[in-house]
Design a protein around this ligand. Structure first.
Ligand code: ZN
Length: 192
């Protein structure tokens, strides 16, 4: 069944590519008119100028959504992705975030920079945050713990989680991957 779903999605994608662009660093969107005007323009969110074709398939988004929900698969919409990006920017103006959707089912959120050191080990350039173990992992640093929990709360608006991690059972509205920095973009301490 999984194969059928994947093939169907690929088919939908292949017949309806659009030419929007996305910041490769932080996920900010750029209309193709703006890109054509100046392909080297700086991203208004993170300052990089590394644009990739977004390959979005707007017309068939609802088909994929219905298909995913019918099969009870995780799904996150383009609108939700945009909402999270805007909410985080508004609520935590001292921080910079990268918010990207992958495979219609997951949100990848990375905290790129902020006024305090969030990394557990300053010798690392980034770290993944396990949302189930935040209390445990960051218990000695309540400031970091509380901030990460606030960020997750914002991301999780409209999500559900009926997972049972003791038995490795996962049932979520959509999946979340939260990290401090990214493997190719070290976390930076600075006031934005
Ligand atoms: Zn950017």
């Amino acid at each position: 069944m999984d194969n059928i779903v994947e093939n169907y999605k690929k088919y939908l994608q292949s017949i309806n590519e659009s030419m929007a662009y996305m910041c490769n660093t932080c996920g900010e969107r750029l209309e193709h008119e703006e890109y054509d005007e100046d392909p080297n323009r700086m991203c208004s969110n993170c300052g990089d100028s590394d644009w990739v074709s977004e390959n979005e398939y707007e017309m068939d988004e609802s088909l994929i959504k219905n298909f995913d929900q019918f099969l009870n698969e995780a799904y996150v919409s383009k609108e939700k992705t945009k909402q999270v990006r805007e909410d985080l920017k508004k609520l935590f103006p001292q921080y910079r975030f990268s918010v990207r959707r992958e495979h219609y089912s997951s949100l990848y959120v990375a905290i790129l920079s902020g006024p305090i050191q969030l990394l557990t080990d300053e010798n690392n350039s980034y770290e993944d945050v396990n949302e189930y173990y935040i209390d445990n992992h960051y218990q000695d640093r309540p400031e970091v713990r509380d901030f990460l929990k606030e960020v997750l709360k914002v991301i999780n608006i409209g999500n559900w989680d009926r997972s049972d991690i003791m038995t490795d059972y996962f049932d979520v509205g959509f999946y979340i991957h939260l990290s401090i920095g990214k493997w190719d973009k070290p976390y930076i301490v600075k006031n934005n």
